[in-house]
Design a protein around this ligand. Structure first.
Ligand code: AMP
Length: 404
């Protein structure tokens, strides 16, 4: 069985999925797994297609100190216990910088270029690159593909790509990139099947998960995003504040005495729903809480989503459809209802029963702007890109090197 391994490596976890390649290049998900608790309480968990557990093992902290060690354990488990021998590996990489508007086959030159973008995503890019480097060293001929969260937004116009700062900084790469691109690309590719009449229209997609952003799409292409230079901007998130007056950062440094790295840690880990509520970064816990500050955090989340919908609708000069996706967007009927209520002025009206059932189409029939719930699948996107680059690369035997 030919397979593709998809890797999504973060600071404290390595997530992986295995897809088999079926007839006519169709992909079928076989295994979903992760090693989390890297450097604290490492644990390998994996399940098969039906959700049946295939592994659940704890490791001593010293056995899994970093992403490279976690990758080695996952790789050993796949190779030696499951005899899985992928013909290519696809990676989710957060930043393709100004250079990459499409996925790319990895070689040493690509790795060197991606290393240049570490300052643009210091908490994500190094972890994304770690398994790429270790696989490149151990299996130099095994094709690897990098798929970028920024790539889908490279269609932005110059005004959407700039900040009002001296041009030299834009040339250096200080731009409004936008993120969650693999999720938006999946939705853009799914819409022609789900709603062919609006797929070519003006659509706002709300990716509401522990990271959250929204994308304005016209004819399936990104024209604006709530995120910018980093994944800190835009909507409030689990632990990130979203849009913040840069003066707050100056205040933290000058009045609170925080160093740049302390501010970075604070903005990525201590703010957002967690900071505002003091209860949790997890929407399920906030919804279940009776604490007034949890309610305030939810109110703020809804408020900022609705303000930003106005901004994106202005960028699109109107709205033909709205899509909810990711953990909160797919599962919280309450958040969807509250956001939709505030957007009635745009022509949105929910069907309460369809919303509670988490149906695909949750707006009332005949409303001006239909509202959809579409589960996203970033890993499938990575697997599809990997297969397509593998098939279209210059004549080499895709099976020339297998992971032994
Ligand atoms: P993600 O990053 O896409 O996995 O989304 C994670 C977020 O989705 C967390 O804030 C979860 O609390 C939230 N979430 C998942 N399921 C539900 C649910 N049934 N109701 C509300 N929020 C949910």
């Amino acid at each position: 069985m030919d397979t593709i391994l998809v890797i999504n490596a973060g600071s404290s976890s390595v997530k992986f999925q295995v897809f088999s390649i079926e007839g006519e290049g169709r992909l079928r998900r076989r295994i979903k797994g992760q090693i989390d608790g890297i450097g604290s309480r490492p644990r390998l968990r994996a399940s098969g297609v039906n959700g049946d557990s295939m592994a659940d093992r704890a490791y001593p902290i010293e056995a899994v100190p970093d992403v490279a060690a976690a990758m080695a354990i996952a790789g050993d488990w796949l190779r030696h216990e499951l005899r899985i021998d992928p013909i290519a590996v696809g990676h989710r990489v957060v930043h393709g910088g100004p250079d990459y508007g499409k996925p790319v086959l990895i070689d040493h030159g690509v790795v060197a270029r991606l290393e240049r973008f570490i300052p643009l995503a210091p908490l994500h890019q190094p972890h994304n690159l770690s398994p790429i480097r270790s696989i490149l060293a151990a299996f130099p001929a095994l094709p690897q593909v990098a798929c970028f969260d920024t790539a889908f937004h490279r269609t932005h116009s110059a005004v959407a790509d700039h900040y009002a700062i001296p041009h030299q900084l834009h040339a250096e790469g200080v731009r409004r990139y936008g993120f969650h691109g693999l999720s938006y690309e999946y939705i853009a590719k799914s819409l022609p099947q789900i709603a062919p009449d609006i797929a070519q229209g003006r659509v706002i997609v709300a990716h509401l998960g522990s990271g959250a952003s929204m994308c304005a799409m016209k004819s399936g292409q990104s024209v604006e995003s709530t995120m910018g230079f980093t994944a800190l901007d835009g909507l409030p998130m689990g632990t990130r504040p979203g849009q913040l007056d840069p003066g707050v950062v100056l205040y933290l440094m000058s009045e609170e005495g925080m160093s740049a790295s302390k501010v970075q840690d604070f903005l990525y880990r201590e703010c957002g729903l967690k900071g505002l509520s003091g209860v949790s970064n997890d929407m399920r816990e906030l919804e279940a809480s009776a604490d007034g500050k949890a309610a305030l955090a939810i109110d703020y989340f809804v408020h900022r989503i609705c303000l930003n919908v106005g901004m994106l609708a202005a960028a699109l000069q109107g709205l033909d459809a709205f899509v909810f996706t990711a953990g909160i967007g797919e599962n919280s009927a309450r958040i969807r209802a509250r956001v939709s209520e505030r957007l009635e002025w745009l022509g949105i009206a929910l069907d309460a029963a369809e919303n509670t059932r988490h149906s695909r189409l949750i707006s009332r029939s005949g409303t001006l702007v239909p509202v959809y719930v579409v589960p996203t699948d970033e890993e499938l996107m990575v697997a599809q890109h990997t297969l397509s680059l593998l098939m279209n690369r210059p004549s080499t035997n895709p099976r020339q090197e297998r992971v032994p």
